[in-house]
Design a protein around this ligand. Structure first.
Ligand SMILES: O=C(O)C1=C[C@@H](OP(=O)(O)O)[C@@H](O)[C@H](O)C1
Ligand SMILES: C=C(OP(=O)(O)O)C(=O)O
Length: 449
């Protein structure tokens, strides 16, 4: 699979104990939303702790292309001068969202009820991912989409000239679909309703409320019913983005599997719709503690401390927990490979439509490194290598997928022999400081060109 840049092969060599403080970057989901909602206010939104990964930088550029002014101070503070709900300008060029499913799907939602036309594309991974899940509900508002077969990018969206509000039950557990519909609902008159059968990350709901939209969430017959009143005047905000639990997962899990480790990961967002991995690790017997729980910027936050945990056992991960840890299954499977017994992961079909088919990508790479893995359409089972540990020693393909790349770099830290990646460049999409941060804790990751 070709990327925009040249591949960067990398090698992760078994290391000694990991120790120290891991200050991981800002939350990717919240960062995308801060830029998009900032662009939909009149006035200036100020954002600190924004994730400066490639995915979010692509969204920043897209917001400029739609007419917002987006700037960065030398100290890393970002400013968004918004154009108001319904004030997007028509972009003159194609919007390239790079590797970012969240970026492209949320931006499509935001522009779909505005009287403009925009053309979207992305890298080789993004153009293979399904967009129909978003363009189907956007059509109900009156938007029209024309893309490649199978609803793939590149794709043109003609925004609804006369949008109507929509009531939509999301057919897959997807915060991106829910959020695209809510963002489209912002510029439709009247009441837009989104119904979720399974709760997914709720940053859009929380942030819409923070920006002054009228939004309610009710529980009806076990479903979440979200009601948004369209055409509000959103108020610019000052946002401190919490650190990303999905990024924290890597130093945390590496510490659990590398003998002697003790790592402190401060200020991690622990929104219950995101924290499923940490609960799962504790059930497996991980020595993982939450310290100093608090609230920051409307999100629960705590410091995490992870210590080497030689007695972890495989468990059956409850399928109903999947949405709260959907991006963490790759790194969980690395911990599972280092535990004793089987870790059974069911109800995870969505993993097949991420940056790569994550079940297939992890199964291939784990098997190549001596781990037994069984897979089905929406499940997989990893058999832990127990006391002897994972053999390692093989090269894996990362398929333009940052989480696959970082998961195998962590596998190499605890294996008997180094693990090589064909391409580590995708790490920069969500965790641009991964290598120096892990090296600071004691990992040995080298570019292998
Ligand atoms: O809304 C979001 O910010 C995200 C939602 C999830 O995708 P789906 O909505 O497709 O499950 C997740 O995998 C992605 O990393 C971020
Ligand atoms: C699935 C992910 O991101 P996106 O869908 O935004 O590409 C991810 O970051 O793991």
């Amino acid at each position: 699979m070709a990327s925009h840049g040249s591949p960067i092969p990398m090698i992760s060599t078994p290391c000694g104990a990991l120790a120290g403080v891991a200050e991981v970057p800002g939350d990717k989901s919240i960062s995308h939303r801060a830029l998009i909602l900032g662009a939909m206010c009149v006035g200036e939104t100020v954002v600190s702790g924004l994730l400066e990964g490639e995915d979010v930088l692509a969204t920043a550029q897209a917001m400029r292309d739609f007419g917002a002014e987006v700037t960065r101070d030398d100290d890393g503070t970002w400013h968004v001068q918004g154009v108001g709900v319904g004030g997007f300008a028509e972009p003159a060029a194609v919007i390239d969202c790079g590797n970012a499913g969240t970026g492209v799907r949320l931006i499509m939602g935001a522009m779909a009820t505005q009287p403009i036309t925009a053309c979207f594309t992305g890298d080789a991974s993004l153009v293979s991912r399904p967009m129909g899940r978003v363009t189907d509900p956007l059509a109900l508002f009156g938007a029209r989409a024309m893309g490649r077969s199978g609803g793939r990018l590149p794709m043109v969206i003609e925004g609804a000239r006369d949008p109507v509000p929509v009531s939509y039950e999301v057919p897959v557990p997807s915060a991106q679909v829910k959020s695209a519909v809510l963002l489209a609902g912002l510029n439709a008159p009247g009441q837009t309703v989104v119904i979720e059968c399974e709760a997914t990350r709720d940053h859009t709901e929380r942030m819409l409320e923070g920006f002054g939209a009228e939004i309610t969430v009710a529980e009806e017959d076990g479903k979440r019913v979200i009601t948004l009143i369209g055409q509000p005047e959103l108020c610019p905000q000052v946002i401190a983005v919490p650190r990303d639990p999905s990024s924290a997962a890597f130093p945390v899990c590496a510490a659990l599997i590398v003998p002697g480790s003790d790592v402190f990961v401060p200020g991690i967002g622990l929104n219950p719709t995101r924290a499923g991995l940490f609960e799962t690790l504790r059930e497996m017997g991980a020595d993982l503690t939450y310290e100093n729980p608090r609230e920051e910027g409307g999100e629960p936050v705590a410091d995490l401390r992870a210590r080497y945990s030689p007695d972890m056992r495989g468990i059956k991960v409850p399928p109903e927990r999947a949405a709260s840890m959907i991006d963490e299954y790759p790194i969980l499977s690395v911990v599972a490979a280092n535990a004793t017994g089987q870790t059974v992961m069911r109800g995870v079909k969505e993993l097949r439509v991420k940056e790569s088919d994550r079940i297939e990508a992890m199964a291939r790479g784990l098997r190549a490194n001596g781990v037994e893995v069984e897979t089905g359409e929406d499940w997989w089972i990893v058999t832990g290598c127990g006391a002897g540990g994972v053999a390692g020693g093989a090269e894996v393909e990362t398929f333009l997928d940052h989480r696959i790349a970082m998961s195998f770099l962590c596998l190499g830290m605890a294996a008997q022999a180094p693990v090589r990646l064909d391409d580590g460049a995708p790490v920069a999409t969500s965790f641009p400081i991964f290598e120096p941060l892990m090296a600071g804790l004691g990992a040995d990751i080298q570019k292998d060109v």
